[in-house]
Structures are given as structure tokens and as C-alpha cells.
Design a binder for this molecule. Structure first.
Ligand SMILES: [Zn+2]
Length: 86
């Protein structure tokens, strides 16, 4: 079982700095423990399964999204050559 001090961590009970150790128990649960006063707390990991997606729109229509008006206009101009029409 590895223990390591958390640099700069302050014990919420005795308020001493650099006395907090973090370790994992046999159930893979993470604890922090104060070596000064014996304070012990189970750390619950924050849910990390919903990463924030960065919304970047780079001149590209998203699936299910209509192209912009000017994009339609450009496409028509490129595809239809008036000289080849009757
Ligand atoms: Zn303490």
C-alpha cells in the first residue's frame, strides 16, 4: 500500500500543513489521513464520464444541420453554368 504526502494539503481538523497522506486501501478506495491528529477521510472521485466538449464550429455544417444560406448560393453558382443552358 503506497502512501504519499500531499504537498501543501492542510488537515481540515488540526489545520496543519503537509501532514496529509493519501493512500489506497485493498478495496481500491482512496483515503487521506492526517499523520498529526489521525483525521481520516474517504475520498470520492468526481464523476469524470462527462467530459466537456469544446464547441468549435469551423465553417462546416453539423450533421442534421442545414447549410448556411450563402453556402447554398455558392453551390448553385458553381454547378450551373448559364452558357450551357438552352
Ligand atoms: Zn490533522
Amino acid at each position: 500500500m503506497k502512501r504519499r504526502f500531499i504537498a501543501g494539503a492542510i488537515c481540515p481538523k488540526c489545520e496543519k500543513m503537509d501532514k496529509i497522506q493519501m493512500f489506497d486501501d485493498e478495496n481500491h478506495q482512496r483515503w487521506r489521513e492526517c499523520v498529526s491528529c489521525g483525521f481520516k477521510e474517504l475520498l470520492v472521485d468526481q464523476p469524470n464520464d462527462t467530459p466537456q466538449e469544446v464547441n468549435t464550429r469551423v465553417n462546416q455544417a453539423m450533421p442534421g444541420e442545414k447549410p448556411l444560406a450563402h453556402e447554398d448560393e455558392v453551390q448553385v453558382v458553381n454547378l450551373i453554368d448559364p452558357k450551357k443552358l438552352h
